[in-house]
Design a protein around this ligand. Structure first.
Ligand code: CTP
Length: 439
């Protein structure tokens, strides 16, 4: 039996793909199709794919041409697969001529002529064209501008700011419309990314939704639960996407870590301790410590331990009447505990530790932009290290999730509504200084 293997991403499956699969199958008796899991296309420097891995696998399955479908997950896997499945022929389209010659050492390599006139990129470019506007005063907007370049079909058209000085020259030069008038920006875009001061979010989001624009807003979305309810209701009524932005939620290592916990790798979780600190005189300084770090530090706690804690206790040191410099929040759950330590003007080891009945997960500082973590056990021989490429601190995947939500008219966010609500509630509790211990 002659076994053939071919690989591809098969995004928005088109007849170029099916023709290739048919010819690949005709080269032998048994066809294995490897569907690529990685949606970052290094050669093009873009996140190219519009469909999820499962949708792409399903589309290939539906052609009925493949005898077996596998997922391509890591670089160098092709050699492993060829050996493992005892492959006779490796084949891909002629756009890859020469690129896979190194596989000749393991099996025969055949390049099949590519079908002219159709490609996933072409279809995608036609389908997605999102004009995004940036709103706010923070230097962080430079990162969003940079990361948007890595996402197919998102174009940053306008910037609304009162402080152009914070923006890099290339960003200022690269954006057509720079204004301090939000309504002018809204007239020229389909969606906005908001990173204004948190106490202005509510007003800015409402204005954007009333203008019929989708919203991606940096967390905390609002500083009260009632305001959040109102905004979410409004977005539903207007059939617009309103998504909370916390980049760490979209970092590959972090999302894998959550899956490993769900799969029971450390057993029953008893505690989560997360620390985030920085000393950034004059940075995006007007953000309070609690606003700057709170949502990120709270994320693993609310996602792993849940949002139904029994009680919590806030202890804070203020550097002036309104701004905290160091805050600790302790949580007690029915079956566990958690703590958040955040500091702006104080420094601590910014790690994340999740303890369980079988072992614990250690994510070294700065855990919120990590590409690496360890699962540690009583017997160190069993310890495991995990490494995942961190592209753009998670921002580009966050933008992709936002663009996908708009295309589908439905938010499938990595951050559940419960978590968004709880973050706003904790911010409100902080605003009210409710039960707070001053240190
Ligand atoms: N292919 C083909 N003819 C086309 C498009 C793709 O023969 N018109 C082949 C590719 O050479 C590859 C396989 O189909 O062997 C999967 O290609 P993939 O990269 O998933 O699709 P493209 O349409 O090439 O996607 P993109 O536009 O992102 O490159």
């Amino acid at each position: 039996m002659v076994k053939v293997i071919t690989y591809g991403s098969y995004d928005l499956l088109h007849y170029g793909h099916t023709r290739l699969l048919e010819r690949a199958k005709a080269l032998g008796d048994y066809l294995i199709v490897g569907v690529t899991s990685d949606d970052y296309d290094k050669t093009r420097g873009k996140i190219n794919l519009q469909q999820t891995l499962m949708e792409r696998v399903e589309a290939v399955r539906a052609t009925g041409i493949a005898d077996e479908i596998i997922i391509e997950e890591y670089e160098g896997q092709k050699i492993d697969d060829i050996k493992k499945y005892d492959i006779d022929i490796f084949t891909v389209g002629s756009d890859w001529v020469g690129y896979f010659d190194y596989l000749n050492e393991y099996c025969k390599v055949v390049y099949l002529p590519r079908t002219e006139g159709i490609s996933s990129s072409g279809i995608r470019e036609k389908k997605r064209s999102l004009r995004l506007g940036l709103v706010g005063e923070a230097a962080f907007l430079n990162k969003i501008w940079n990361e948007a370049k890595a996402v197919n079909g998102i174009h940053i058209e306008a910037l609304c700011t009162n402080n152009k000085q914070k923006m890099d020259t290339q960003v200022v030069n690269g954006i057509d419309l720079i204004t301090s008038d939000l309504s002018e920006l809204l007239d020229n875009v389909d969606a906005v990314y908001i990173r204004s001061l948190p106490n202005l979010h509510y007003q800015h989001i409402k204005q954007a939704l009333y203008a019929g624009k989708h919203v991606l807003c940096e967390s905390p979305v609002t500083l009260s639960r009632v305001q959040l309810e109102e905004i979410l209701l409004l977005s539903e009524e207007k059939k617009l996407i309103m998504m909370e932005a916390i980049k760490t939620a979209y970092a590959t290592a972090y999302t894998r870590l959550l899956l490993l916990i769900k799969a029971g790798k450390i057993g029953d979780v008893i505690s989560v301790d997360s620390t985030c600190t920085s000393i950034r005189e004059g940075g995006d300084g007007e953000w309070n410590n609690i606003h700057e770090w709170g949502p990120t530090a709270l994320l693993p706690i609310l996602q792993i331990m849940g949002t139904n804690y029994r009680n919590n206790q806030i202890a804070a040191r203020f550097r002036n009447a309104n701004q905290d410099a160091f805050t600790k929040i302790s949580f007690t759950y029915e079956h566990g505990v958690a703590s958040v330590k955040i500091g702006d003007r104080f420094k601590a080891e910014g790690d994340l530790i999740i303890s369980g009945s079988k072992g614990y997960i250690y994510v070294p500082a700065p855990w919120w932009k990590t590409d690496y973590f360890e699962i540690r056990y009583e017997n160190p021989v069993e310890n495991k290290r995990y490494f995942y490429q961190l592209d753009g601190e998670g921002i580009r995947y966050e933008l992709v999730a936002f663009a996908r939500a708009i295309e589908r008219g439905k938010l499938i966010s990595d951050i559940s509504k419960d978590v968004t609500f709880k973050i706003s509630e904790i911010m409100e509790q902080f605003e009210d200084r409710e039960g707070m211990i001053m240190i």
